[in-house]
Design a protein. Structure first.
Length: 188
């Protein structure tokens, strides 16, 4: 004996009530995701890279390429490992960046005078010229990125970012050793 459809229990109403009670919880989880520091930092980095690449489109530089060129301008003759540490990048990322810059004739590698197995990196003349052209564009990108903040907020934001990165540096996947700064215990 079968029951008529009218006499079947209405599970759809139970499902709707259950879904309705889960909906605020799911929304709450989403809001917590979007409010997490890591999420916001990643999103800010994406926006920062986009703003930079938009400003530097005419010179064809990415933030990583600009960073590498800036370090090499300040510290000509660094090897790839030192450049990697100066940028806080892993060696594979630096290798990729260098290949692009070398292929464009902006960076050259040459044997180190004191160790023929080590290669020193330096900007070429076209590399120095392009970096000079890129500097005002990078500054324009920086100003555009900071535009939503007033002067006091900018100073506070930068101070907080420095505090956060310095306080958590030991957890970084790739160490940062600022160019021109000897590592602790290292002698000149």
């Amino acid at each position: 004996m079968t029951t008529s459809p009218d006499l079947q229990p209405d599970h759809s109403a139970e499902a709707a009530v259950s879904a309705a009670s889960e909906k605020p919880q799911a929304t709450e989880y989403l809001e917590r995701l979007y409010a997490r520091p890591g999420f916001l930092l990643r999103r800010a980095h994406q926006i920062s890279a986009s703003v930079f690449e938009d400003s530097c489109r005419d010179v064809g530089l990415t933030p990583a390429q600009y960073g590498a060129m800036t370090v090499l301008h300040a510290q000509p003759g660094l090897d790839q490992s030192s450049l990697s540490r100066a940028l806080g990048f892993d060696k594979v990322t630096v290798l990729r960046v260098l290949r692009v810059l070398e292929n464009r004739g902006l960076v050259q590698r040459s044997p180190a005078p004191d160790n023929r197995r080590s290669l020193h990196l330096a900007l070429t003349d076209p590399g120095r010229a392009l970096l000079a052209d890129a500097r005002p564009l990078a500054e324009q990108a920086y100003q555009r990125l900071m535009d939503p903040l007033n002067q006091k907020q900018r100073l506070q934001f930068m101070d907080l970012l420095r505090q956060l990165t310095q306080g958590l540096e030991r957890h970084a996947r790739a160490p940062l050793v600022r160019a021109g700064v000897a590592a602790a215990g290292e002698k000149d």
